[in-house]
Ligand binder design. Sequence first.
Ligand code: ATP
Ligand code: MG
Length: 441
Amino acid sequence: MRRSQLFLPTLKETPSEAKIVSHRLMLRAGLVRQSAAGIYTWLPAGYRVLRKIEQIVREEQDRAGAQEVLMPTIQSAEVWRKSGRYDDYGKEMLRIVDRHDREMLFGPTAEEVITDIVANEITSYRDLPKNLYNIQWKFRDEVRPRFGVMRGREFLMKDNYSFDLDYESARHSYNKMFVAYLRTYARMGLTAIPMAADTGPIGGDLSHEFIVLADTGESAVFCDKALLELPAPGDEVDYDSDLGSTVETWASHYAATDEKHDPDNCPISGDQLVTARGIEVGHIFYFGTKYSEPLGATVQGPDGQKITLEMGSYGIGVSRLVGAIIEASHDDAGIIWPESVAPWLVGLINLKAGDSECDAASEKIYADLRAAGIEALYDDRDERAGTKFADMDLVGIPWQLTIGPRGIKDGKVDVKRRGADEKVELAIDALDDWIAERAGS
Ligand code: ATP
Ligand code: MG
């Protein structure tokens, strides 16, 4: 992408309405603009990041055996009446009346919609287990939308729902998601710690919140330092095998939000106890027959008996993750994107646009990058060098290549890794190898 043509409205000034660094940087780096309280338009650079995060989430869901569907944003009140949540949900639910006076709503979550589908379509135990997910916009009329996309009213969520015949199998579905979540966040460069969460009024339930540590997080959290060093399950993970021991390894270390933390009974103390703030980026839940029962999601078992399905639901805050990643990875100059979610992998700065030699060298590198399939942002504008450097840093492009008259004379290009101090000179002749390396990684 040529910077001269890109719609990337960066700001020099810090917007006064933004209270936390990720919100400030998302506005300054031209990723989003607020459209109404808690409702945002995603601009090109921000939308690229959002889609990358979405894609990582999708790949890890698919890998764990979940199947993607797409449910509507607008739901009928009818299914929510069946579960009893139409009244319970209160003011967070945006209620709509259509022209025929039918009660509708903008989905804040989708347990009812998906359970209704399964109740209608799945009739035999042979068709189980099933795990269905979608990545769809949700609306919750939060009392206090704030911190930009971190607590929006409209936000993108990956939500999935598992349907199993019995507790053992439901537990396995839960464990799969537990492991898939660890992998998902790790791929985005995040350490997200699973913390046992409150399970509400129904006993025997199981729930974990996945929390990224950051000073601006909304929850106070306490955890065993060892969790920060625990590596996420690697590519060898086999979702058909018993994942219990992996989950146990994580779950056996102490980790709790302030709602659950009891200082008098905390097994960890001293330096080993991390006291921090955290951002909830995911939540997984096993809740048995809470929805399958009222919505009639049953199947015929092997002996012809009626079995009510065991369910779980699993959420990831896809749009919140954009903010969470920035909270975890930035410096005074701007965002430092992990390569896996960066809007562009390489930024190319032409220090003297208009100079025929600089233009020719830059165009060649830009063409080579594109030919190698590398997403590149080419700053071809006639702007001061300082402005271009500041912009690339602000937007957080992982690799920056700089071409200028002096470099061309010496046959050199400057290579900078965002976030690391080092800036190295590379022979222009060696760029082919450098590009091949980036393309392969
Ligand atoms: P919170 O306690 O932050 O309100 P929640 O418990 O209401 O979260 P869930 O219903 O479990 O959230 O939703 C799944 C995920 O969706 C959360 O873990 C979070 O990452 C994300 N999420 C929830 N509410 C919002 C919001 N208002 N804006 C952005 N993301 C959100
Ligand atoms: Mg909430």
